[in-house]
Design a protein around this ligand. Structure first.
Ligand code: HEC
Length: 130
């Protein structure tokens, strides 16, 4: 009987050890460690460009379609992963001159981001952590 108890105990210990080692909860737990953190505010140098070239549309009082895609009034509320994705889309749109839209460029030629400003936004986008 005693022998049976110790075998049972060993079995239970082995079972527990395996449960802890391969517990999916442990995996979820460590994945949680990589969950997106709170985002960071736009750096001043970036905000200056965005304010003159993007916030006519991409802001609370802007264009409905535009702010649905990116709303710079709520940038600080985006988590780090969303900021990373949006920032890199911004870089892409700016690089191919898709944003600001053509019509807006024609009306505000002085406010269109320069190549140096586009480069700055792209470098910032790449420096963000997901
Ligand atoms: C005249 C208004 C206007 C201005 C100015 C403007 N946008 Fe947009 N933007 C829009 C609209 C409308 C959309 C949504 C429709 C679309 O994707 O074409 C959009 C979409 C976007 C998207 C999402 C694209 C996608 O495919 O997900 C990004 C990123 C973006 N704009 C970045 C910018 C940046 C950065 C600036 C400033 C340099 C800017 N926009 C200036 C109107 C504007």
């Amino acid at each position: 009987m005693k022998k049976l108890t110790s075998i049972a105990l060993i079995a239970v210990s082995v079972f527990l050890a395996f449960t802890f080692a391969f517990n999916p909860q442990t995996v979820t737990g460590s994945a949680k460690g990589n969950a997106p953190g709170p985002g960071t505010p736009l750096p001043d140098s970036i905000h200056k460009i965005i304010k003159k070239a993007c916030m006519d549309c991409h802001a609370d009082d802007g264009n409905f379609m535009a702010k649905g895609k990116v709303n710079f009034s709520s940038w600080d509320k985006y988590d780090s992963e969303k900021q990373f994705n949006k920032a890199n889309t911004m870089c892409k749109e700016l690089t191919k001159s898709a944003m600001p839209p053509k019509k807006w460029r024609a009306k505000n030629p002085g406010d269109v981001p320069t190549q140096a400003e586009v480069d700055m936004i792209c470098r910032w986008a790449k420096s963000l952590q997901k």
